[in-house]
Write a protein that binds this ligand. Structure first.
Ligand code: NAD
Length: 319
């Protein structure tokens, strides 16, 4: 559990200049750890970590995780990978390389250093699920040859590598399956529904809702997510995961659009568009394991998280 192990560790965060990575770096620094942030700035940016660069226990290295890395650390959080379809489909071969070669390189480093290593996996390993909500035991329903496969299968192969290093080399691993997360520093143009709606509302453009808007999604606020990530890393060595971390609260797309309009005070109208063919009706994590093993559950209500995210978008793009 968080707080039991001693702090002041030297921690490597790959993808540390990204959305989730920058929040993780902040939290690790705040509790006294030394942080080595590694990123190739493909989807992340130096502005995400600009406020950390002058801290004496923070170091940023430009590096692509598909190449080996030699640093001395006690723990590794492996987050490097583009996360949204527009980004990971831009160069699908590089996406698979990032997941697979990146995992091999980071696991090799962890093995040499005998360091704990956490993998940021994803709910996409469940593919187009036939089971709702998805428990960790569900093996998923993934297309191996489609345009999303570079991400889904890359992440699945990374999980395989983590468990093989654990079985073969006794490496201490933690595999976290992250569900839809939102918050400050999200990309404005990554095609995700929360950032889309906020940008449309702040620009006064129509908010585009697919179909009748009755399809539901679950959204986890970034602070909750990072809290779960830290608890998992600090949990008993016997807890390897995979563990779902996400917010099981379900909202319809219409509810989300209405909340964004109310919180921004926008005069945007809702505009319905045809439903894309592969749009799932529902996606929701089963977090029973996270509750039982980590004592974790999300605490930030959607309304509060959205308000903080809208403030951040206003500051970054509309001042
Ligand atoms: N945000 C979510 O809702 C979500 C959901 C499921 C899983 N995840 C996982 O969490 C991790 C972080 O996601 P995020 O939302 O912060 O995305 P992000 O795109 O903001 O962050 C990814 C970071 O990795 C860096 N990166 C990409 N390829 C790299 C490479 N080859 N070498 C070094 N750095 C590289 C990018 O520049 C970026 O800073 C990813 O692994 C993602 O798959 C995120």
């Amino acid at each position: 559990m968080a707080g039991i192990r001693s702090y002041n560790r030297r921690v490597l965060v790959t993808g540390g200049a990204g959305f989730l990575g920058s929040h993780l770096c902040e939290r690790l620094l705040a509790r006294g750890d030394e942080v080595v942030c590694v990123d190739n700035y493909f989807t992340g940016s130096r502005t995400n970590i600009a406020h950390l660069l002058n801290k004496p226990n923070f170091e940023a290295i430009r590096h692509d995780v598909t190449f080996p890395l030699y640093v001395e650390v006690d723990e590794i959080y492996n987050l490097a990978c583009p996360a949204s379809p527009v980004h990971y489909q831009h160069d699908p071969v590089q996406t698979t390389k990032t997941s697979v070669h990146g995992a091999i390189n980071m696991l090799g480093l962890a093995k040499r250093l005998n360091a704990r290593i956490l993998q940021a996996s994803t709910s996409e390993v469940y593919g187009d699920p036939a089971v709702h909500p998805q428990p960790e035991e569900y093996w998923g329903n993934v297309n191996p040859i489609g345009p999303r496969s570079c991400y889904d299968e890359g992440k699945r192969c990374a999980e395989t590598l983590f468990f093989d290093y654990h079985r073969q080399h006794r490496l201490a691993i933690k595999v976290m399956r992250i569900f839809n997360t939102y918050g400050p520093r999200m990309h404005p143009n990554d095609g995700r529904v929360v950032s889309n709606f906020i940008m449309q509302a702040l620009r006064g453009e129509p908010i585009t809702v697919y179909g009748d808007g009755a399809q539901t999604r679950s959204f986890c606020y970034v602070d909750d997510l990072i809290d779960g990530m830290l608890r998992l890393m600090d949990s008993d060595a016997a807890i390897t995961g995979p563990i779902n971390i996400g917010n099981p609260g379900e909202f319809t797309m219409l509810e989300l659009a209405e909340q964004v309009i109310a919180l921004t005070g926008s005069r945007s109208a809702i505009e319905h568009r045809p439903l894309p063919q592969d749009d799932p009706r529902q996606r929701r994590p089963d977090i029973a394991k996270a509750k039982a093993l980590l004592g974790w559950e999300p605490a930030v209500p959607l309304r509060d998280g959205l308000a903080r995210t809208i403030d951040d978008f206003r500051r970054r793009f509309f001042t």
